[in-house]
Design a protein. Sequence first.
Length: 333
Amino acid sequence: MISMMKWMLFAIFIFSAFATDNINNPWIDANIRALNFAAEKGNEENVKFVLNELCKLKSEKLIQFLMKEEGDWQKMTALLYAADKGHVKIVKLLLDVFIEEKDKLIQFVMKENEINVTALLLATYKGHEEIVKLLLDIFGENDQDKLIAYLMKEYHNDCTVLIVAAHNGYEGIIKLFLDVFSEGQKDKLIEYVKKENKIAYDTVLHIAASDRLEETVKLLLNVFGKDENVKLVAYLMRKNRMNKTALCLASASPPHVNVKIVKLLSQTLTNAKNEIMISNLQQVTNKFKKQNAAEKDKSLLWYLLDDYSCCDPGKETILKFLIIDYSIEMNLV
């Protein structure tokens, strides 16, 4: 019995005499079907053959041919099939078609089908880390805005690829996504990790804490710099639809609790709050030093002590020592 692929290749030869660059031409259609089938099945040699036939046309419409969708409901392309099935070599072959045409290559990779699926989403969902890296690496330094838009794209239930990777526990892929952002893009990175899905209002931190992804939790906390404690506290205190913070979720499933994650979240939250309190107190007391009304300063200092002493014992002790030091220096006690 002649295989389906052989029938398709036979059809390519039959229609080759009538080949034009009309996307609805039977020869083009036969090639696209053969290419998609070969990409899905992982047949590298047949993918090479069909790509060679299509490239012979030297048509400006080549990118339209390769992005043509087929299927009753899936609406797949060769790149989508290869990304979904994890065929790394075939993904490379498809990307190499536009290696000299950067704009077309980016358009090809960012293409989403009729049901809003991209190659990056499929590769992420299946955990094909090497393919994810290939797709990210086509973007150069001058394409960062397009790359970030690609990562920020929200799919079903407002999930980004970052959230999809976290749901499936792919910590290597999560690191690839976070590493895309440069130091000068810190605000965009913080915006990225703060995105939540529509169903549970979970951020990637909620998911990582709940699913015991320790390395991911560390990466997410390191997103925030020393001068971003307010944003960090807000992130750690953020609640999902079930009114749970990441710390609550990390602590909620004994006996499988990851104690390291619980300690890490708890200590980070405590330290960030302390830093905010101390910073605020130092700003206030620095202003007091410049004033001459000693009694007014004294009353305000002890008012601050009363105000902040409602916090946990660790903060209260730190703040008391600070206020005592300032008070002695200012001859208020």
